[in-house]
Design a protein around this ligand. Structure first.
Ligand code: ADP
Ligand code: MG
Length: 230
């Protein structure tokens, strides 16, 4: 089966000359469908850079990135935006909810951007809030929710349009370890039950236990991470 996304010999260099930062060096990897893939690595190792490239938010300095077999570097900015909105979901460390909107309205906003027909909004909002256990918070605004509830709302927003690929950048970093584990188990269940593909970055070892695959980034180089067994 074709991987949902793929990078081939990707480099990303920020800046030029003496000030150049080699954030990614020759990264080649495949993201198989229907799995939860964790990218681990220290701060500064290139995790966010790689997620942004996979999500078409940034372009590589060298190399190619494929989404469902198409090289996304060949798309115009408008086409990449469209691809991102319709086929991908993004989750960030800081939740990124719109403060004046309720949980349901935040999810609705995502559906609108994704071009989902209006007739489907009500049902999609209900389903996705239910999936993250937030039905009772539908009319609450972000400041009326705990950190864990806000992140679950952000997850509902990211998945409501049924993206094939979800990219989550340290989604548990601002949560306590128990909520972090709850959220990551939720990701595992979404992969199992809804058939989504999720790529999540973290540096929390406890979170890695839910992963199907773990990759490690170190100084911009990637390797498949196999746990040592003695
Ligand atoms: P991580 O998410 O693993 O912490 P990043 O991908 O954010 O790592 O950063 C990788 C490296 O690239 C770091 O050395 C960082 O300082 C550098 N970097 C990231 N973004 C930029 C940028 N916009 N301009 C210059 N350097 C950057
Ligand atoms: Mg980062």
């Amino acid at each position: 089966m074709q991987p949902i996304a793929e990078t081939k010999r990707v480099r990303r260099i920020y800046g030029k000359g003496d000030a150049a930062v080699h954030a990614l060096r020759d990264v080649t990897m495949q993201i198989p469908r229907g799995r939860l893939l964790v990218l681990k690595g220290r701060s500064g190792s290139g995790k966010t850079t790689l997620l942004n490239l996979l999500g078409g938010l940034d372009r590589p300095t060298e190399g190619e990135i494929f989404f469902e077999g198409n090289e996304i570097g060949r798309l115009s900015d408008g086409q990449r935006t469209e691809l991102r909105r319709r086929n991908m979901g993004f989750i960030f460390q800081s939740f990124g909810l719109l403060p004046l909107m309720s949980a349901a309205e935040n999810v609705e906003f995502g559906l609108r951007l994704a071009g989902v027909p209006k007739e489907q909004w009500k049902q999609r909002i209900q389903e996705s809030l239910e999936l993250v256990g937030l039905t009772k918070r539908a009319s609450h605004r972000p400041f009326e929710m705990s950190g864990g509830e806000q992140q679950r709302c952000a997850i509902a927003r990211a998945i409501a349009h049924r993206p094939s690929l979800v990219l989550a950048d340290e989604p548990t970093a601002e949560l306590d370890s128990r909520m972090g584990l709850t959220i990551s188990r939720m990701f595992r269940d979404m992969v199992r039950q809804e058939g989504m593909t999720i790529v999540m970055t973290t540096h929390d070892p406890a979170i890695m236990e839910v992963a199907d695959d773990v990759y490690a980034l170190e100084d911009g180089e990637i390797s498949r991470y196999e746990e040592e067994t003695n």
